[in-house]
Design a protein around this ligand. Structure first.
Ligand code: SF4
Length: 181
């Protein structure tokens, strides 16, 4: 019998939440005895090979490509886990939501005190994904089944959540595993 598949995506985050998965240490070996990682930065698999039981999201949506990747994940996974504060509420990338996108870009590329940009040009190559006017949490783009808070989340909470889903059991996390910072 083939193993259930897990996919992970990296949107507007810092890769710290993926480090939480790697923090499972020896449990990661145990996990890979019963599951296979499919599309993920951890495997460098770029396309879905098969339908996945679980999709894990790091980061919120900061640009149009993040939205596309997230919608594709939703379409290819039975359950989605929004992992970490960036995915759940935008977190640090969403600090730019306090100003307009235009103001943010001008500060970053034209007016900031450390900026050197003699051409006075804001990057606009068509290869670059267009930034959203505001950074948005993942549940505002697609339905999310589970949330694991924290920056970064507790790896034991990730472990328990994945195992409960694999066994089709309710996810019950003790208060000590829930981080809100
Ligand atoms: S929640 Fe924290 S650790 Fe996770 S991607 Fe965001 S900043 Fe990084």
């Amino acid at each position: 019998m083939s193993k259930p598949k897990i996919a992970t995506v990296f949107l507007g985050g810092c890769f710290g939440c993926h480090m939480t998965i790697l923090d499972l240490d020896e449990k990661l070996e145990t996990l890979t005895e019963v599951i296979e990682f499919n599309k993920s930065p951890l495997t460098d698999i770029k396309e879905f090979g098969e339908r996945c039981k679980i999709g894990i999201i790091e980061g919120g949506c900061t640009n149009e490509d993040n939205v596309r990747v997230l919608q594709e994940l939703r379409a290819n996974c039975d359950y989605l886990i929004s992992m970490g504060e960036c995915a759940i509420q935008g977190d640090i990338p969403s600090l730019r939501n306090t100003v307009s996108l235009r103001e943010c870009m001008e500060e970053a590329f034209l007016n900031g005190i450390t900026v050197y940009n003699p051409q006075k040009r804001i990057p606009d190559d068509p290869e670059l994904p267009l930034l959203l006017e505001k950074v948005v949490p993942c549940h505002q783009v697609v339905d999310i089944d589970y949330f694991i808070p924290g920056c970064s989340p507790n790896s034991e909470a990730v472990w328990k959540t994945i195992n409960a889903i694999l066994r089709d059991e309710p996810v019950e996390l003790e208060y000590r595993l829930l981080k809100y910072d």
